[in-house]
Ligand binder design. Structure first.
Ligand SMILES: Cc1ncc(COP(=O)(O)O)c(C=O)c1O
Length: 404
């Protein structure tokens, strides 16, 4: 049975770096639950995070229950029933339009928690400054619905608003944040100087735990911000940075055959159902042929997946044509494009082979579906002491129960 495996040690490594940024930069670093919300792993991150950011009521309830700390909520729109519950638990509620704020302002500011200063309200603003390359993930793309058009903002913060929120980045570096903030300051400086401003949320997309990220540059920038905007608390809400390089998806080869000029390998998972970003973004995951460790196992120094189990060896597949054993690796759903990519292996694939798809914790586990009734991979944790613990198995009832 296919399985996601998450490494406790790798989660902790990411968390330590993010906590260092928070301490050295004098800012609050939240976990964006939209990227990673495996409940039984949240306790690993909890000691390092200032709290979490939620995309709406359900993530907020999860965050309040499982993470604690500061709870920041932003949604492109709220409905009254959800807001009623959010007002009971959130510390920041950020609004995506002046219309939504005007609709809810009165009830928000008069809430006892707001009166006591336990809850504040902010506006998400669109700095209209794109630094990303993938339009699907670019909130600054033309015609975006995310964040208020700066041309529509008044010259001062509306009464009751004490926060500004920008989120524009996706898998990006410190310089992208610096450039974005400069553009934001140029167009929105007057609001940043507003005496009512109490918090500034710089969103997510900061690829802090990715190799090559300029961590010291980020810290220096955050310190400068703190000096320039005294009295304003600064928040970052990365998701991916907490959970990149922490998980893999192991799958089994169900069939190998030739058709239409390709050798195909069909796995017991689906790109469409289990790794939708592979198709949406699209991107090509690293795939490792996984074998029992033997005498000729690869020496250390060769690429390895984020999670390696004791007694196994991992051989990274190459581009198509690099070896004589090239396969179109596909999923088991009926979708014609349910394909992970074309990969070449060190030997012929046979039914029963295990392939490990790398880096499958962030945004993957949270996005899976039961499309086609493909069996849902289980979720396991490799604990710091090397024990593999099953967190969740899925069966037919899970498939049926979702469908009403
Ligand atoms: C408002 C907001 N905050 C935070 C994040 C987390 O971003 P990332 O996981 O890229 O760090 C996102 C991602 O879409 C977002 O939309």
């Amino acid at each position: 049975m296919a399985e996601f495996i998450i490494s406790q040690e790798a989660l902790r490594r990411n968390a330590e770096l993010l906590q260092r940024v928070a301490c050295a930069g004098g800012v609050h670093v939240l976990l964006a639950l939209k990227a990673f919300a495996t409940t039984r792993c949240l306790s690993v991150l909890r000691p390092y995070a200032a709290g979490c950011c939620a995309s709406g009521l359900y993530e907020a309830l999860l965050g309040a229950r499982e993470m604690g700390g500061h709870l920041a909520v932003y949604s492109p729109a709220y409905e009254t029933e959800d807001l009623v519950q959010l007002e009971g638990i959130a510390n920041h509620i950020d609004f995506n339009s002046l219309e939504q704020w005007e609709r809810f302002a009165e009830r928000c500011v008069s809430h006892p928690r707001a009166q006591k200063g336990e809850m504040q309200f902010g506006l998400r603003v669109n700095p209209a400054f794109s630094t990303g390359r993938t339009p699907l993930y670019d909130p600054c793309r033309p015609g975006s619905r995310l964040g208020i058009d700066m041309a529509l903002l008044p010259g001062k913060l509306p009464s009751g608003i004490s926060g500004l929120h920008i989120h524009t980045l996706c898998e990006q570096g410190a310089q992208d944040l610096i450039d974005t903030f400069r553009a934001f300051e140029e167009k929105c400086g007057i609001l940043l100087q507003d005496p009512s401003l109490r918090y500034l949320n710089l969103g997510g997309g900061h690829w802090i735990t990715q190799e090559g990220y300029e961590v010291e540059k980020l810290i220096e920038f955050l310190r400068r911000l703190r000096r320039r905007y005294r009295g304003v608390e600064i928040y970052l809400e990365p998701g991916e940075a907490w959970s990149i390089h922490t998980g893999v998806l192991r799958a089994k080869v169900l069939d190998v055959f030739e058709s239409m000029g390709f050798r195909h390998a069909i796995l017991d998972i689906s790109a469409s159902a289990h790794t939708p970003d592979v198709l949406e973004m699209p991107y090509r995951p690293d795939v490792f042929l996984t074998e029992k460790a033997g005498e000729n196992s690869p020496f250390s120094g060769v690429p390895q997946p984020a999670v390696c189990l004791p007694g196994e060896s991992y051989y990274r597949a190459g581009q198509a044509g690099e070896t004589d054993f090239t396969y179109r690796v596909g999923g088991v759903s009926c979708l014609a494009g349910d394909v992970f990519g074309n990969y070449s292996f060190r030997r012929e694939l046979v039914v029963g082979d295990i392939l490990t798809l790398d880096d499958m914790a962030h945004y993957t586990i949270v996005k899976t579906t039961h499309f086609n009734g493909v069996k849902h991979p289980g979720i396991s944790l490799l604990t710091s002491n090397g024990r593999l613990t099953s967190l969740r198995c899925f069966g037919f009832e899970d498939f049926q129960n979702r469908l009403g």
